[in-house]
Design a protein around this ligand. Structure first.
Ligand code: GLA
Length: 544
């Protein structure tokens, strides 16, 4: 069905049949008759119609995952066996050193990797032979690198390989232990769940997480079983919509495409705080060309999918780094409106992905050419819901070139197997929304004697976006020994934490600090920042 020399009123093979870098421009006004994607097709092409969810999205006042979560998980590349503390630490450093962290990839941690077992007291305990610092120690290490800590478990009796205990019957204790390990994100698998009801099971786990009292992103992983898009927004922040994208170490292009075309139909279920998850990414894994990596990343960005890297980030090529950290593409994924783009037209493997309005009034558009030859396409502004007389600037998010202003539409050549991702706007400006990262998420203080002291340490957040962020607001109900002041300077804001040890008794103290901001253009809440403050008082401290 992917004919290379097919010629019709709607698709044209490039005359020379030669390959072009994505999106070679053929700007100009279009005759109405040769428009590739028509508005009527836009309506007819939608598979699953927008519908009422039968469960309201959970209370998003937790400020978590208001944009799709970004991070790294080991499964796609490594599977279970080589995972250990050393590997996760090396990866965490690579996430920082490669620039992934500053591009927004924050959640890092083990997947099913034999990291805990159940002790005789019924509580989870770290497997110290593989994780010598223990899972709390690993969490602290990850937080000190300015990353967030992700862990894995299973809703059933055992994890998928049966190597680790599942949470069934221990939901509340396990979520408590995950909170004590300072986990920020938990993926909950669905193996060994015979006889269990998927919705009830994940609802119970949601309640257990709330009871544990730590803000944790809840990632459901039932591979689409029980159609979670219909009810999971009420109990989780993201849910897998399909089976595994690949076996460990074996990137599977066909599977990725199959999942993408299924996942895109579920667009009406996605939004701030609740996302369709078509699985961890395969971009950058061996066996994929640069063009495929770009196409893959474009698909995941257009679908507002969680961007959880699955490749070996310790050995990435510069080209892979450039793809995974392309801020113009990430801006589409992390857009504060949280709209999932989807296929509005698909003709013989040439698909138009649209309906993704962005926070500045622009919109993202993608043309994906699965045909065997380069194809010339024309997009009319009316295909995008715009009046044909509108003058539009078009930005290619991979070549970083802008053309325009253009009336009526644009023509371009899409190379075989590639995706061209565009942003179209009435203005010749393509701002990037706030993409926040911090230099640490853990501050540790220790008093040094019996006299009262004032101790200070700070944490700095910065944005990779182009819009200035407003001042963060720190929650009011901090413990008496802690005060936090936010100092704003350009694209950075520093949270100065001051601890007063006056009259504190010997012991360990802990606080989770929450800070909130609003996205500057829409005024919508931005994902909250949470970080941990530890205070160690070795001996009683005198009152003033
Ligand atoms: C399931 C999940 C995968 C991975 C494995 C671990 O298959 O879908 O992402 O977590 O379990 O066994």
């Amino acid at each position: 069905m992917h004919q290379s020399h097919r010629q019709s009123a709607f698709t044209k093979t490039h005359p020379q049949g030669q390959s072009h870098f994505p999106g070679k421009w053929l700007p100009g006004s279009l005759p109405q008759s040769c428009l590739l994607f028509t508005l009527s097709a836009l309506v007819a092409g939608i598979g699953i119609q927008a519908r009422e969810l039968d469960a309201k999205p959970h209370d998003i006042s937790d400020g978590l995952a208001l944009t799709p979560p970004m991070g790294w998980y080991p499964w796609n590349q490594f599977g279970q066996e080589p995972q250990n503390e050393q590997l996760i630490k090396e990866v965490a450093h690579a996430v920082v050193n490669s620039g992934l962290r500053d591009a927004g990839y924050l959640f890092v941690g083990p997947d099913e990797g034999i990291c805990f077992e159940r002790g005789t007291n019924g509580l989870l305990t770290s497997v110290l032979s593989r994780y010598p610092d223990g899972l709390r120690g690993l969490g602290d290490y990850i937080h000190r690198l300015g990353l967030k800590y992700a862990l894995y478990t299973d809703a059933g009796t055992r994890t998928c390989s049966k190597a680790m205990p599942g949470t069934k019957g221990h939901e509340f204790e396990d979520m408590q232990v995950f909170a004590e390990w300072r986990c920020d994100y938990v993926k909950i698998d669905w193996c060994n769940t015979e006889g269990m009801d998927v919705r009830n099971a994940y609802t119970l786990l949601h309640q257990a997480q709330l009871a544990a009292g730590r803000p944790i992103v809840h990632s459901l992983c039932s591979w689409g079983e029980g159609s979670p898009w219909n009810w999971a927004p009420a109990v989780g922040h993201l849910w897998r919509t399909a089976g595994d994208i690949c076996g460990p170490g074996r990137a599977n292009w066909e599977s990725a495409n199959h999942i993408a075309f299924f996942n895109q139909k579920l667009y009406s279920s996605a939004g701030p705080g609740h996302w369709n998850d078509p699985d961890m990414m395969i971009a950058g894994m061996s066996g994929l060309t640069e063009a495929r990596n770009r196409a893959f990343f474009s698909l995941w960005c257009m679908m507002a999918s969680p961007l959880i890297a699955g490749n070996d980030v310790r050995t990435m090529t510069p080209a892979t780094i450039a793809i995974l950290t392309n801020l113009e593409a990430i801006a589409v994924n992390q857009d504060p409106l949280g709209i999932q783009g989807h296929v509005v037209r698909d003709t013989d493997g040439l698909s138009l992905w649209a309906d993704k309005k962005l926070y500045d009034g622009s919109q993202a558009v993608m043309i994906y050419n699965q045909q065997a030859a380069p194809t010339q396409v024309q997009i009319a502004w009316t295909d995008l819901g715009l009046d044909e007389s509108t003058k539009i600037y078009v930005r290619n998010l991979w070549t970083h070139e802008t053309v325009g202003p253009l009336a009526k539409g644009i023509g371009l050549t899409v190379p075989a197997g590639e995706a061209v991702m565009l942003r179209v706007s009435r203005k010749n400006a393509f701002p990037i929304p706030p993409i926040i990262s911090a230099n640490t998420y853990l501050l540790s203080f220790q008093s040094s004697g019996t006299a009262a002291q004032e101790l200070t340490d700070s944490l700095t957040v910065k944005t990779a976006g182009t819009d200035a962020i407003r001042q963060w607001q720190v929650q009011k109900n901090l413990p008496g020994w802690l005060s936090v002041k936010v100092i704003r300077s350009g694209e950075r804001q520093t949270f100065v934490n001051t601890v007063s040890t006056v009259g504190l008794k010997k012991g360990s103290y802990h606080a989770v600090v929450r800070a909130d901001n609003t996205e500057p253009r829409t005024g919508k809440p931005m994902s909250a920042i949470y970080y941990d403050v530890d205070l160690d008082i070795p001996v009683d401290v005198a009152s003033k």
